[in-house]
Design a protein around this ligand. Structure first.
Ligand SMILES: O[C@H]1[C@H](O)[C@@H](O)[C@H](O)[C@@H](O)[C@H]1O
Ligand SMILES: [Fe+2]
Ligand SMILES: [Fe+2]
Length: 305
């Protein structure tokens, strides 16, 4: 059950006017978490049909994404990027690279991505002070967006950002702007367009080919560089854009028991990922020492990307 409340100070202890809300912002209480009604543009979060300054660009993004993500494309990208032979750098260096990245798929945010990372991490840190692995997971969950930069191959936005979904089985109706899949060759391939497609019941999401982008790439980077983060962290990283699973309960027939456990953390994480998006900037230098200490705890000093 959700309860509508009028609250003077919105979530994360930030003063109302600082966050761009009126004095009495409307929030919804969702299991102790205060969910704002409106994004920085005055619309509901993830409203892909609302007429806004971002709507058109976001829809053309999804058209390209849905036409071009195919089973073969993902297979090739995983093979190529799995080599991790492009760049050597630390996690923090990568965060700083994201200063120059803006995500065209996102109707709720047009701030530089480093701000989104810190906004998510700081919000989750406030509510889960003892789960340091989750703070770090939040900091790194979108680092894969460096794929947009020339030294990482300069991939187009449709191959880096946006919601993700499985390839090799039918596209679920709950996927944003589903209508554009009719132009995807896999849509007509009988090997790929049934409920299970190439998969078997409860095969585990690890065995599922997800559309290629920042999630799968960062998952490969973290895993291959031997992070000591728990399996829930890797799960959050790989599936955080898989809204048809964690929001709409589609594709559950592909999950195994470990996935079911990890999904609980992903659902918690998602609230912070989505609702912390705002115009209020985090002071990078101030929080940097804390995150450097977490990086040192869970990652080698330099990683292969
Ligand atoms: O537009 C957003 C953005 O690209 C996020 O990083 C991704 O995780 C979301 O799922 C997507 O909808
Ligand atoms: Fe993301
Ligand atoms: Fe994010």
């Amino acid at each position: 059950m959700t309860v509508t409340l009028l609250v003077e100070n919105p979530e994360f202890g930030v003063a109302a006017e600082e966050k761009g809300f009126n004095e009495e912002s409307e929030l919804v209480l969702d299991g102790g978490f205060l969910v704002p009604y409106a994004n920085s543009f005055g619309h509901g979060f993830r409203d892909y049909d609302a007429e806004s300054e971002r709507q058109e660009g976001v829809e053309s993004f999804y058209k390209l994404n849905h036409i071009n993500q195919t089973f073969d494309f993902v297979k090739n990208m995983r093979k190529e990027y799995g080599q991790l032979n492009r760049v050597e750098m630390s996690i923090w260096e990568c965060c700083e690279l994201l200063n120059d990245v803006v995500d065209e798929s996102d109707p709720d945010l047009d701030e530089p991505q480093i701000q989104h990372l810190l906004q998510t991490a700081e919000a989750i840190r406030k509510d889960y002070p003892n789960e340091d692995w989750l703070h770090l997971t939040a900091l790194i969950h979108d680092l894969g967006k460096v794929l947009l930069l020339p030294s990482f191959g300069g991939l187009p936005q449709w191959a880096v950002v946006g919601d993700t979904y499985p390839l090799g089985c039918a596209f679920d109706k709950s996927i944003v702007h589903h209508k554009y899949f009719v132009e995807n060759p896999d849509y007509y391939n009988p090997a790929y367009n049934t409920k299970y497609g190439v998969y078997s019941p409860n095969c585990g999401l690890d065995n599922v080919m997800m559309s290629w982008g920042h999630d799968d790439y960062m998952y490969l980077v973290a895993k291959e560089n031997k992070t000591t983060l728990p399996s829930a962290a890797l799960f959050v990283i790989r599936y955080h854009s898989f809204y048809s699973l964690h929001r709409s309960d589609a594709y559950k027939h592909l999950m195994n028991e470990e996935d079911v456990e990890n999904l609980k953390w992903l659902r918690i994480f998602n609230k912070y990922d989505l609702y912390s998006k705002s115009k209020v900037r985090v002071n990078v230098e101030k929080v940097k020492p804390y995150y450097l200490s977490l990086i040192e705890k869970y990652f080698p000093a330099k990683l292969q990307w």
